[in-house]
Design a protein around this ligand. Structure first.
Ligand SMILES: [Zn+2]
Length: 520
């Protein structure tokens, strides 16, 4: 993600927002305690209800990430999502900015335990039908805590205050560990402009001319049933039907030409690389689609809104023209580009930030050069290797910011050292330093320190281990955790292994202590 600000202004912004956010964090922790307490009560009540002893249990309603306890789910591993969507954007002004979405999600999964029931995350959409391996599962009344319906059934919990949005499916027959299952969920509803825990727009953000779809951290559940955590990566295919004249752009490459019939056009996309749910997009708008490729033959698909201002269009065109050079630059420093395609979606509406949606980042109103290299760098740092938990977000944003610094230096701008020095000029008593970047809390994911202290950490690490070990360890990190996730501890272990140095004190000072590093 990129907030679209320079280093200097992001530092200023974090100084202001740091105070505001630290108050919110207290409230967030209190909320999480209540929610987790309720979850434990539910599970305790279930266990004590004296149900028939069996190895078949309920899959967990979360992936075990304390920042977002109900994001993702336990008990299964999704292999593939096939999303068949039909979308009607809002009517012209002054109609409200509300769209209509209907979908059929076909989800191929493997049970990782004997499952009596399992959950998917789905927010603000009404489920109309569920099938598991062709067997219809009927809607059931949500059971009271500690009780479970005897037979098959599905039910939804939509608790906006507690931020719990769960679809529970209890199939019959039950699913045995190791068994594959095909789950088909038919659903739909009005689309609005959902907000994340901080109040920022995310998910299926309805726009006047379509939708801008950006899911970090757990907003993909606003448009399809999903195990919404990066620890369960899967491949995707899309069939998106929109009114004729609208363009729907998703991850990966077109899987055939669009088909127009009776005033509707269906767009087909296929994303065959393992992908975290928050990196999924299916944006809809008045886009001009352009196809090109890099000198190495990597396909590039750009979708640029035809309503950008002339100044923004000119900036965007100049930045997107650099994408192939930027890919070559990052490949030269690290490892080959990890996916089957690239390209950008530039929308004339705004969510106020850009997001590195896999193979196809989304930009608000304009794509600036620094932001474009930032979102591109995330394809390696964040997308191919994703954070193990949301507390590890600095590994995404620190690296993407550091690659911005490297690109700046390589193209005649400020050097990495100059950018590092600018960060280190921030006084020790500034709020900027009062952030433990390896555990910033759910309201601290996108504070300036995650970006700029994260990048400064990497620059200091480079000085600590030397250029050769710095780049060799980065390559090892990208290879070892490709298509997967890694934590801060994993990252430290790779750097210790490759450099042969004990980096415990270094990482403690830089990422685990909420004060300005002075010696390391
Ligand atoms: Zn970013």
């Amino acid at each position: 993600m990129n907030l679209g600000v320079t280093i200097y202004s992001s530092v200023t912004e974090s100084e202001e927002s740091g105070v505001r956010v630290s108050r919110q964090v207290f409230g967030a922790v209190a909320t999480l305690v209540v929610v987790v307490g309720a979850l434990v009560m539910m599970e305790g009540a279930t266990a004590s209800a004296g149900l028939r002893r069996t190895s078949y249990t309920a899959g967990a309603p979360g992936a075990g990430d304390a920042y977002f306890p109900y994001a993702g789910n336990g008990g299964y591993d999704v292999q593939h999502y096939d999303l068949d969507l039909t979308y009607t954007p809002p009517a012209p002004d002054p109609a409200p900015i509300v769209g209509q979405l209907s979908g059929v999600a076909t989800i191929d999964l493997v049970a990782t335990q004997d499952l009596n029931s399992f959950n998917l995350d789905l927010r603000g959409m009404d489920v109309q039908a569920v099938k598991v391996d062709g067997q219809r599962v009927r809607e059931a009344t949500p059971p009271a805590p500690g009780e479970l319906p005897a037979g098959p059934g599905y039910w939804q919990v939509q608790d906006d205050d507690a931020r719990v949005w769960e679809l529970t499916i209890q199939p019959r027959p039950k699913l045995k560990q190791g068994q594959t299952a095909r789950v088909v969920v038919t659903y739909g509803g009005e689309t609005v402009r959902p907000e994340d825990i901080e109040g920022a727009l995310y998910g299926w953000v309805t726009t006047r001319d379509g939708a801008m779809v950006v899911g970090e951290p757990e907003g993909s559940m606003t448009w399809y049933p999903v195990s919404d955590h990066q620890t369960d990566k899967a491949t995707y295919s899309f069939e998106i039907t929109v009114p004729e004249g609208k363009v729907a752009v998703a991850n990966g490459l077109p899987a055939g030409d669009p088909v127009t019939e009776n005033g509707w056009t269906t767009w087909f996309w296929d994303a065959p690389d393992a992908q975290a749910s928050y990196l999924t997009t299916a944006s809809v708008g008045d886009y001009d689609l352009r196809f090109s490729e890099t000198a190495g033959g990597l396909p590039i698909v750009d979708a640029v809104d035809d309503a950008l201002t002339p100044a923004n269009a000119a900036t965007t065109e100049a930045s997107l023209a650099l994408q192939a050079d930027m890919i070559a630059f990052i490949e030269g420093a690290f490892v080959p580009y990890p996916f089957n395609s690239y390209g950008s979606i530039v929308d004339d509406d705004t969510v106020g930030y850009a997001l590195e949606t896999q193979t196809r980042p989304v930009y608000s109103r304009v794509a600036r050069e620094g932001t474009v290299v930032h979102e591109l760098a995330h394809q390696w740092f964040g997308n191919a290797v994703s954070p193990g938990l949301w507390r590890d977000i600095w590994l995404n944003e620190g690296w993407a910011t550091y690659v911005e610094w490297l690109w700046s230096e390589a193209t005649g701008g400020a050097t990495a050292q100059e950018n590092f020095d600018a960060v280190m000029e921030i006084p020790a008593d500034d709020e900027f330093w009062a952030l433990t970047i390896s555990d910033p809390g759910p309201f601290g994911l996108f504070l300036g320190g995650i970006y700029d202290r994260g990048a400064a950490t990497l620059h200091a690490l480079r000085g600590e281990v030397g250029d050769e070990a710095f780049y060799a360890a980065a390559r090892e990190w990208l290879v070892r955790f490709d298509d997967s996730t890694g934590t801060t501890d994993d990252f430290q272990a790779v750097y210790e292994e490759i450099s042969g140095q004990d980096l415990g004190a270094f990482f403690d000072v830089w990422v685990r202590t909420p004060t300005k590093p002075t010696s390391w």
